[in-house]
Ligand binder design. Structure first.
Ligand code: NOJ
Ligand code: CA
Length: 535
């Protein structure tokens, strides 16, 4: 398949490497561990992997605080090893995406160290956003923007004795100073970074905070505390950066893929980022955040397909990642937040991967979702996420550790086969039950269900490609027709907690546990119905 073809309907697997597999027994996932699981990923049938940031980093925000963009963190392995891993993935027909972090660097990045150590007004300072504080002594931050992780977005910057205090901007943790994209040197540096990795065979990038980079001129006072981020994100100048990155990415064969993590105030604004001259794709967070509802899903699917048509791209579907509560737990409760029964959760969960598999475009899976991992309980004293530590006292937000707990590989192994040492985040005691080896043996396991769905999607073009029509929600039943060439299949999903009559058509596949001819769609169940015998 050409790279264009691959990316049009790829199944991409996100590897949060710290939690994937530890190969050297220090409790943290690494390249050795990842390389030992290439076969596993190949047996899952994914087309590509996305690796969370692998660069040297003090790990203040688990890799999203980069201190050197040209190398590999020793925690993870070496540059040579990463090169070999990329070759291995390619050999098995899988592409490799890295994560690039252009909005901010680590406070240990040499640029920030020289800015801090170079004396007031030194040249290196112009790579960051540094301003004098308010008031005579500069003791109040330049504006009251808050950090996405909570608390102020400004921290004190070294200032000469007797002069008003200066501050640097960090939209995330204080270990992540924002770069000043008004400085051409920053552009040049990122051009080099892209080229460096492309030359090593990397197939593209997931761009972190792609809507960031520029801030509104004058850094106006706005109510970020009340949810207004208009001056901090999504400034018009950012598109010039992606036009430039597009050109660089097109210089390689196959042409490299760019997908943005982009949060904007509307889909119209999101459209500005995707298209032939900028990014190939953007994640659709409104699909990910959609609660369990036929109507809601129908709207999100319609919007996302329209979005892709307008931007001349293909949609992206994803339900979990390293920042969000695992979707097993999100969809496992009723509207009042009470847990629903396990059979129904499991049916819903199977239906969701089948639904995504039958939609046109790319699917991004998050490691462990194929094992039906729930959000883990992490005791407060074991938490690691900087976002947890920056919460105001009244907040009940616990941060993102619960979706980052390591993967259980073995039923009997120490730490469920993840590591010989205590993992960096504690694994719940009962996680052995989800282990890969036990699910491997069980034909009815979630792992085998995912494998089967991915295999089915690959061997049936009507699933990953093709047109969606007659999309509707009716009394809690979501349905649409998917067509490609001679094939016409109706996809129907029962969002109700009671059985529903199935629409007409010959049953091709159903997500429920009873594989029979019964025409009742169980709560949460999905069915593919043949409307035309091309299938
Ligand atoms: C989004 C990443 O997904 C998240 O994990 C990180 O903390 C922030 N960007 C800051 O880089
Ligand atoms: Ca390790």
């Amino acid at each position: 398949m050409s790279s264009e073809g691959l990316w049009q309907s790829a199944v991409v697997y996100q590897v949060y490497w710290r939690s994937f597999k530890d190969g050297n027994g220090d409790g943290i996932g690494d390249l050795k561990g990842l390389r030992s699981k290439v076969g596993y990923l190949s047996s899952l049938g994914v087309d590509a992997i996305w690796l969370n940031p692998t660069y040297p980093s003090p790990q203040g925000d688990h890799g999203y605080d980069v201190s050197n963009y040209f190398d590999v963190d020793p925690l993870f392995g070496t540059l040579e090893e990463l090169k070999h891993a990329i070759e291995e993935f390619h050999h098995h027909g899988m592409a490799v995406l890295l994560d690039i972090v252009p909005n901010h660097v680590s406070s240990q990045h040499p640029w920030f160290i020289s800015a801090k150590e170079g004396g007031d007004g030194n040249e290196a300072e112009s790579r960051f956003i540094i301003r004098q504080g308010k008031g005579k002594s500069g003791g109040t931050p330049p504006n009251d923007w808050k950090s996405v992780f909570g608390g102020p977005a400004w921290s004190k910057f070294p200032t000469e004795e007797g002069r008003p205090q200066r501050w640097y901007l960090h939209m995330f943790d204080e270990c992540q100073p924002d770069l000043n994209w008004e400085n051409p040197e920053v552009h040049e540096r990122f051009d080099r970074i892209l080229e460096h990795w492309y030359e090593l065979g990397v197939d593209g990038f997931r761009i972190d905070v792609a809507h960031g980079l520029y801030k509104a001129p004058g850094l106006p006072q706005i109510e970020t505390f009340a949810g207004n981020w208009s001056a901090c994100w999504d400034q018009p100048e950012v598109h010039e950066v992606y036009r430039r990155w597009r050109k660089i990415s097109n210089n390689y064969v196959p042409r490299r893929f760019l997908i943005g993590e982009i949060h904007t105030s509307s889909r119209e604004r999101l459209l500005e980022y995707v298209g032939e001259d900028q990014l190939d794709a953007a994640f659709d967070f409104s699909f990910l955040h959609q609660p369990w509802s036929a109507e809601g899903f129908a709207e999100r699917i319609t919007e996302n397909i329209q979005f892709a048509d307008k931007s001349n791209s293909s949609p992206v579907w994803t339900l979990s990642n390293h920042d969000e509560t695992r979707h097993w737990s999100r969809y496992g409760t009723d509207p009042d937040g009470k847990p629903i029964n396990i059979v129904e959760i499991s049916t819903r969960y199977r239906s969701l991967i089948s639904l995504m598999s039958a939609l046109p475009g790319r699917i991004f899976l998050y490691n462990g979702e194929e094992l039906a991992l729930p959000q883990a309980e992490v005791p407060d004293e074991s938490r690691q996420d900087p976002a947890f530590f920056r919460q105001p006292p009244e907040s009940d937000y616990k941060g993102r550790d619960g979706c980052r707990v390591p993967i259980p590989w073995e039923k009997e192994g120490e730490n469920a086969g993840f590591s010989t040492l205590e993992p960096w985040l504690p694994m719940p005691r009962d996680w052995h039950q989800y282990s890969v080896d036990s699910q491997d043996e069980d034909p009815g396991s979630m792992l085998n269900y995912y494998r089967e769905q991915i295999r089915m999607r690959k061997s049936n073009e009507w699933m990953g490609l093709g047109e969606v029509s007659q999309l509707r929600s009716n009394d809690g039943l979501l349905s649409f027709v998917k067509s490609r060439g001679q094939d016409r299949v109706m996809v129907a999903l029962n969002f109700n907690s009671k059985p529903m009559r199935m629409p007409e058509g010959k049953i091709l596949f159903r997500s429920g546990s009873c594989f029979n001819e019964d025409r009742e769609l169980q709560p949460g169940e999905l069915v593919f119905l043949i409307l035309h015998e091309g299938v």
